[in-house]
Design a protein around this ligand. Structure first.
Ligand SMILES: CC(C)(COP(=O)(O)OP(=O)(O)OC[C@H]1O[C@@H](n2cnc3c(N)ncnc32)[C@H](O)[C@@H]1OP(=O)(O)O)[C@@H](O)C(=O)NCCC(=O)NCCS
Length: 317
């Protein structure tokens, strides 16, 4: 490694073009994120050699949060050799950890957004493997690979399931009751990780407070699925986050699983968003959540990207 470079923060929005010289799935969102306070100049790091961008790293949070919650940009120039990529990446990671990440009680989760076929793209694969190795060397561990899914309005909405009817949730107690019960036997890696040290009720409460309660779209969109006897079978949470209309969460209660109910419930969520004129609908699920991934595919949701999550484990008492 002989190339010399400086590590510095983004100087301002006038440098976004320089920052975005490395292609990445989130580049289109960076200007708005900076303007709206979801990104901060002091949460960006650039490796620069004679005015040329060799690598970059950035953190994200919801607007108004104190700490960064996502570490979702970490890119290296493809023209660098393996040794140079490692040196640039290690310097960027060292700066971000030293200045911000190590000082947070909960470190941000690492997220890398990738083309769906990233393993078949040599440059994408090399950079991703280098970055993952650097993170592992710093104590982070792989959490999960996820499918990022998208439904387009030109896609036919599947037929309704005549076994089911739908209504809004009665109140927050019912939201917590059903989402708590649906955690039993979940195949979702983040939920399983949370359940290893907290009760299902605590996990559901956090998901409600930090996610569902934050959506500004109507709560009447959230639907409970009932069977012919009026019993709750499952639920779906259609919503809009800061960027897209989304299926935020969907579940079938454990005693009803294996009957194909997920298809009708997902159809209801898609219908709610389509009727709200969603230009498209986003969703995601773990590669390992096979029943859910298959249900999304049957409902016409295409995998347009993949996502890798890693985390620094917290010391727990
Ligand atoms: C994913 C989920 C919605 C699937 O619902 P479902 O209505 O049971 O789905 P299907 O009826 O299509 O199930 C297909 C197969 O997967 C099996 N299966 C479904 N959920 C399963 C689970 N959690 N664990 C193991 N197997 C499961 C079914 O038994 C069935 O098996 P079979 O083909 O041998 O009969 C449900 O498991 C669930 O609510 N999980 C927890 C919440 C969750 O993961 N939500 C998605 C977050 S993105």
């Amino acid at each position: 490694m002989s190339i010399a470079f400086d590590i510095r923060h983004l100087g301002g929005t006038h440098e976004i073009e320089l920052f975005n010289r490395i292609p990445y799935a989130l580049n289109d969102e960076i200007a708005d994120d900076l303007e709206l306070g979801r990104r901060r100049l002091e949460w960006t790091w650039l490796a620069i050699h004679e005015g040329h961008l060799l690598g970059r790293l950035a953190l994200w949070s919801p607007k108004g949060a104190t700490d960064a919650t996502q570490f979702d940009i970490f890119d290296l120039d493809d023209a660098l050799s393996d040794d140079e990529q490692r040196a640039v990446g290690a310097a960027l990671l060292g700066a971000a950890r030293g200045e911000v990440i190590a000082g947070q009680a909960t470190p941000p989760e690492f997220a890398r957004y990738l083309p769906a076929d990233w393993r078949d793209r040599p440059a994408e694969r090399r950079a991703t493997e280098t970055i993952m190795a650097l993170l592992e060397a710093s104590g982070a561990r792989f959490v999960v690979e996820r499918l990022r899914l998208e439904w387009e309005p030109t896609t036919r909405i599947p037929a309704v399931d005549r076994r089911l009817s739908f209504r809004a949730f009665e109140d927050e107690h019912e939201v917590l009751d059903l989402t708590t019960r649906a955690l039993t036997g979940t195949l979702d890696a983040h939920s399983r990780g949370e359940l290893s040290h907290r009760s299902p009720r605590e996990v559901a409460l956090t998901q409600f407070d930090e996610e569902f309660a934050q959506y500004l779209t109507p709560r009447q969109w959230w639907r409970v699925a009932l069977d012919s006897a009026g019993g709750a079978v499952g639920f779906v949470f259609p919503a809009r986050n800061s960027y897209h209309h989304i299926i935020a969460y969907v579940g079938v209660l454990p005693e009803y699983r294996g009957n194909g109910y997920i298809d009708g419930i997902l159809t209801e969520g898609t219908r709610v968003l389509a009727e709200a004129d969603a230009p498209h609908i986003r969703a995601s699920t773990d590669v390992g959540n096979v029943p859910m991934a298959n249900a999304f595919a049957r409902a016409g949701y295409d995998t347009f990207q993949r996502l890798i999550n890693m985390e620094w484990p917290l010391a727990r008492p």
